[in-house]
Design a protein around this ligand. Structure first.
Ligand code: ZN
Ligand code: ZN
Length: 152
């Protein structure tokens, strides 16, 4: 059984992961029996991605030292932004999960129907509007995909 001095806990808010040298960290390729001090500096908390500096031993020297350095992607502002972006993406996905959703050209009124595709542009039947190449344009007026809106 590892001594508390050898058990290192992640100090990141809401994390609390404890590195136990008896177990190592299989995902981080840390062998059983590896002391925390001997883990590569490249190693990251398997839960929150924090660096080794985020860890403190449960007991002993250094257990009260606060010196947490989070990787950039764990910056709370960015996390929030990423979370809301994910939410938006989810909402968009839900709205656009219908593969047969038709799209209307706002310029000329042409309707892209996935069931039909666009033979002139070598778009096969059953191609979702989202799957059209980015350089696909309206066969009538040449407007880019940006000018298309889902048909109600
Ligand atoms: Zn952590
Ligand atoms: Zn058009």
């Amino acid at each position: 059984m590892a001594r508390p001095e050898d058990m290192w806990q992640c100090q990141t808010v809401n994390c609390g992961y404890i590195y136990n040298p008896d177990k190592g960290d299989r995902r981080g390729k840390v062998k059983k029996g590896t002391l925390f001090q001997d883990i590569s500096d490249e190693w990251r908390c398997p839960i929150c991605g924090g660096t080794k500096k985020c860890f403190r031993p449960l007991m002993g020297e250094g257990s009260t030292k606060a010196d947490c350095e989070l990787p950039v992607e764990n910056d709370p502002a960015k996390l929030t932004a990423a979370a809301s972006a994910a939410k938006v993406a989810t909402r968009t996905d839900q709205k656009e999960t219908d593969p047969m959703q038709k799209y209307v050209c706002e310029i000329c009124g042409y309707v892209y129907d996935p069931a039909v595709g666009d033979a002139d542009a070598d778009i096969a039947e059953g191609t979702k509007f989202e799957d059209l190449p980015e350089d696909w344009t309206c066969p009538i007026c040449g407007a880019p995909k940006d000018n298309f809106v889902p048909e109600d």
